[in-house]
Design a protein around this ligand. Structure first.
Ligand code: SRM
Ligand code: SF4
Length: 641
C-alpha cells in the first residue's frame, strides 16, 4: 500500500502564496476590471466577500454579470444601530436594494460591483462592522441565542463568550486593513486581555509562536470552521450542526463555572458521493471557564493539523471525528489542551425558540422579534420592510440581534415606544403579531440559491413561498389546517438553511427536482434522513398527501410530523403511500373551501333559474353540480375537448 502523502488541494497553494491573505487581491483591487482572478476570488472570501454573477443574466458568449456578495461578521448576531443603518444605505447605493439576514446571524449584501467593493467594505469597518473572516477557511461567525435577557446571566455569558471566541479566532494578518483602509487600523472594541494572552500561549504546538497568524499559520484551516455558544435548553442555534458547540454551565447563583463541549457537527454534502454526509455533533466533555480558550485552541489545532487538506469535500472536522472516532479525537484534543477533559455535564432537553413578538427583557425594557421571510429585507409594493426598519432603528437608535432563523430582534425598547413602533411597521404593511404570520412560514427557512449563488442547482428562496402556500392548502384540504412543522429548503446539497435538521427538508437535485428529507424534529436535535431522491416540485401534493393522511390518522397525541415519520419508519410510510387512494370525502368533508387548490378549475356564472334547477337535480341524483354541468356540456359539444 502506498504511503505517499496525498496531493494538497489547489486552494492550499493559493493560501500559501497569498502572503497572509494579501495577494493577489491587493494588486487586482486596483485594476480596472469587473472581477478577480480565480486566486483572487478565493482569497477575497477570507475578507468576507464572494465573487458571484447574476445567473438570470447569463448569456452565451457574453461576459458574466459579475457582482459581489458581502457578509458581515457579527458574533451572536449583534448589529448596533449605526451598523444597521449603514448596511441599509449601502444596499441601496451599491447593492441590489435588499439586505439578507443569514442563518448564522449575519447580514449579506448582494449585487456590489468590483469598483465599489473598497468603498463598501471600508464604510462597514468605519461604522462598527467587519467582514473579516465571515467567509474562507477560518472560524466563521460565532452564534449564540439572540434573546437579550438582562436578568438571565447565562444568556449574557453566551454573548460574552461568543464575542471572545470570535476575537480569539479572528485572522491577525494586517492584510484586511491594508487593502480596504489603506493601512489605517480601526478597532470597534478592545479585545479582552485573556483573549490576547491565549492567542500567544503555546501548549504542545497549539500555536505557531513566530507566525503573523499564531493560531492558523500560513495555510489557515483546511476548511471553514463553525462555532456556537448556547445556554442549557436553548437550541435556537441548532447546536448539533457546528464544528464546535459550547454550552454555558452556571452554578445555582448564576455564576459561570465552565462549558460543556460538543464537536463534529456539519451539514454539507454532495449528491451521489456517499463519502460526504451531514453529521450531528458528539458530546466531547466539559472544561472549567479558565480553560475555555485553551480548549477552543486545542480543537482548532487538531482540525488544523489533522484535517484533510487534499479533498475539500471531506475536509470539515466532522469527517476527522467520523474517521477517527470520538475517543481518538478526544485524546488528540487533550494533547494540545495539556490535560484530560472532564465528563460532559447533564443537560435539560433542548427546545427550539424563535423569540418572535414582544418580550420583557428583564430590566424594565422590552425586546421585539420580527419575522423576516427568508431573511430578505426589502421593499415590495405596499410591503416596505426595509423602509420600516430604517425608520424604527434610526428613530429609537435600537440595537439588533440577527437570529439563527433569519429573523431580527430589536431590543432596549422603552415600553412607551411600543405603540409607535408597531404603528410604523403596520403603516409599512409589516405584520407585527407572530400569531398572524402563517404558521408554516414562521418556522421555515430557505437559502438564497438563484440568481446569486454560484452553487445553486435549483431555485430556493424565490419558489419557497409558493411551495409553503401549496403545503398550507393541502393541509387545509386534509382538515389539518392547524398542523405546524419545520420545513426548510436549499438549492443544492450544501445545506445552508440546515434542511437536514428539518421535519420536511427539500434539497435541490436538478432543475425543479428536489431530494426530500424527513424525520427531523421541531427542536432540531435529530438528523433527518433522505426519503425520496427526486421529487419534481410539480408533484408536491400527490407526493405529500398520503404521508400527511397517514400522519393525521395514526399520530399519537402531541406528535409532530417529523416525530411521526421517525417513529413509524420509512418502510411503513412507503407502504402506506403505495396503497393510498385519495378519497373524495377528504376534500368534501375536511376541506377549507377558501384555501382549496383550484389550479385546474375555472368559475363561470349561471342565472339563478339555472342554478336552482342544477341544485334540484344534484339533490335528486345525489351527484355534485359540477358533474351534471360536465355531462350537459359533453352532450352539447359532442365529446370534443
Ligand atoms: Fe452556506 C456556500 C449562503 C449558512 C454550508 N453558502 C455558500 C455560498 C457562499 C455559495 C458559494 O460558496 O459560492 C452561499 C452564498 C449564496 C448567496 O448568494 O448569498 C451560501 N450559507 C449561506 C447563507 C447566506 C444561507 C442563508 O440562507 O442564510 C448562510 C450564511 C451564514 C453566515 O452568515 O455565515 C449560510 N452554509 C450555511 C450553513 C448553516 C450554518 O452555518 O449554520 C451551512 C451548513 C452547515 C455547515 O457548514 O456544515 C452552510 N455553504 C455551505 C457549504 C457546504 C460546506 C461543507 O461542509 O461542505 C457551502 C459550499 C462550500 O463551502 O464549498 C456553502
Ligand atoms: Fe447556494 Fe447551495 Fe447554499 Fe443554497 S444551499 S445558498 S444553493 S450553496
Amino acid at each position: 500500500m502506498s504511503t505517499a502523502p496525498k496531493k494538497l488541494s489547489k486552494v492550499e497553494a493559493i493560501k500559501e502564496r497569498s502572503n497572509f491573505l494579501r495577494e493577489p487581491i491587493a494588486t487586482e483591487i486596483n485594476q480596472d476590471t469587473t472581477h478577480f482572478s480565480e486566486d483572487g476570488a478565493q482569497i477575497l472570501k477570507f475578507h468576507g466577500s464572494y465573487q458571484q454573477d447574476n445567473r438570470d443574466n447569463r448569456q452565451k458568449g457574453q461576459e458574466k454579470d459579475y457582482q459581489f456578495m458581502l457578509r458581515t461578521r457579527t458574533p451572536a448576531g449583534y448589529v448596533p444601530p449605526q451598523l444597521y443603518l449603514t448596511l441599509d444605505r449601502l444596499a441601496t447605493e451599491y447593492g441590489n436594494n435588499t439586505l439578507r439576514a443569514t442563518t448564522r446571524q449575519g447580514f449579506q449584501l448582494h449585487g456590489v460591483l468590483k469598483k465599489n467593493l473598497k468603498t463598501v467594505i471600508a464604510t462597514i469597518i468605519r461604522n462598527m462592522g467587519s467582514t473579516l473572516g465571515a467567509c474562507g477557511d477560518v472560524n466563521r461567525n460565532v452564534m449564540a441565542p439572540p434573546a437579550p435577557y438582562k436578568n438571565r446571566p447565562e444568556y449574557q455569558y453566551a454573548w460574552e463568550y461568543a464575542q471572545k471566541v470570535a476575537d480569539l479566532l479572528t485572522p491577525q494578518t494586517g492584510a484586511y486593513y491594508e487593502i480596504w483602509l489603506d493601512g489605517e487600523k480601526i478597532i470597534t472594541a478592545e479585545e479582552a486581555p485573556e483573549v490576547k494572552a491565549a492567542r500567544l500561549k503555546n501548549t504542545n504546538g497549539s500555536i505557531f509562536p513566530d507566525s503573523p497568524e499564531p493560531i492558523y499559520g500560513t495555510n489557515y484551516m483546511p476548511r471553514k470552521f463553525k462555532c456556537a455558544v448556547t445556554v442549557p435548553g436553548d437550541n435556537s442555534v441548532d447546536i448539533y450542526t457546528h464544528d464546535l458547540g459550547l454550552v454555558v454551565i452556571t452554578d445555582e447563583n448564576g455564576k459561570l463555572q465552565g462549558f460543556n463541549v460538543l464537536a463534529g457537527g456539519g451539514l454539507g454534502r454532495t449528491h451521489r458521493k456517499e463519502e460526504t454526509f451531514p453529521r450531528i455533533a458528539d458530546e466531547i466533555g466539559y472544561v472549567d471557564k479558565e480553560d475555555i480558550f485553551e480548549l477552543v485552541k486545542a480543537v482548532v489545532a487538531t482540525q488544523r493539523d489533522y484535517g484533510n487538506r487534499s479533498d475539500r469535500r471531506r475536509a470539515r472536522l466532522k469527517y476527522l471525528i467520523h474517521d477517527w472516532g470520538v475517543e481518538r479525537f478526544r485524546q488528540k484534543v487533550e494533547e494540545y489542551f495539556g490535560k484530560p477533559l472532564q465528563p460532559f455535564k447533564p443537560l435539560p432537553p433542548w427546545k427550539y425558540k424563535d423569540y418572535l413578538g414582544w418580550h420583557d427583557q428583564g430590566d424594565g425594557k422590552l425586546f421585539f422579534g420580527l419575522s423576516i421571510e427568508n431573511g430578505r429585507i426589502k421593499n415590495n409594493g405596499h410591503f416596505r420592510l426595509k423602509d420600516a426598519l430604517r425608520e424604527v432603528i434610526s428613530k429609537y437608535q435600537l440595537p439588533g440581534r440577527v437570529t439563527p432563523h433569519q429573523n431580527l430582534i430589536l431590543y432596549d425598547i422603552q415600553p412607551e415606544w411600543r405603540q409607535d413602533i408597531e404603528a410604523i411597521f403596520q403603516q409599512h404593511g409589516v405584520e407585527v403579531n407572530p400569531d398572524k404570520i402563517n404558521h408554516l412560514t414562521r418556522y421555515a427557512m430557505a437559502c438564497p440559491a438563484l440568481p446569486t449563488c454560484g452553487l445553486a442547482i435549483t431555485e430556493s428562496e424565490r419558489v419557497f413561498p409558493s411551495v409553503l402556500a401549496r403545503i398550507d392548502a393541502l393541509l387545509a384540504k386534509l382538515g389539518m389546517a392547524d398542523e405546524t412543522f419545520v420545513i426548510r429548503m436549499t438549492g443544492c446539497p450544501n445545506g445552508c438553511a440546515r434542511p437536514y435538521m428539518a421535519e420536511l427538508g427539500f434539497v435541490g437535485e436538478s432543475p425543479d427536482v428536489y431530494q426530500v428529507w424527513l424525520g427531523g424534529n421541531p427542536h432540531q436535535t435529530r438528523l433527518a434522513s433522505p426519503y425520496l431522491d427526486k421529487l419534481n416540485i410539480a408533484d408536491l401534493e400527490s407526493f405529500l398527501e398520503p404521508l400527511l393522511v397517514y400522519f393525521r390518522d395514526y399520530k399519537q397525541p402531541g406528535e409532530t410530523f417529523g416525530e411521526f415519520c421517525h417513529r413509524v419508519g420509512f418502510d411503513s410510510l412507503r407502504e402506506f403511500a403505495s396503497k393510498y387512494q385519495p378519497k373524495s370525502d377528504d376534500s368534501s368533508k375536511k376541506t377549507d373551501k377558501k384555501t382549496r387548490s383550484r389550479r385546474h378549475e375555472h368559475r363561470i356564472s349561471v342565472s339563478d333559474f339555472w342554478y336552482q334547477k342544477l341544485k334540484a337535480i344534484s339533490q335528486a341524483e345525489k351527484k355534485p353540480m359540477s358533474q351534471i354541468v360536465a355531462a350537459a356540456l359533453e352532450k352539447y359539444f359532442g365529446g370534443e375537448k
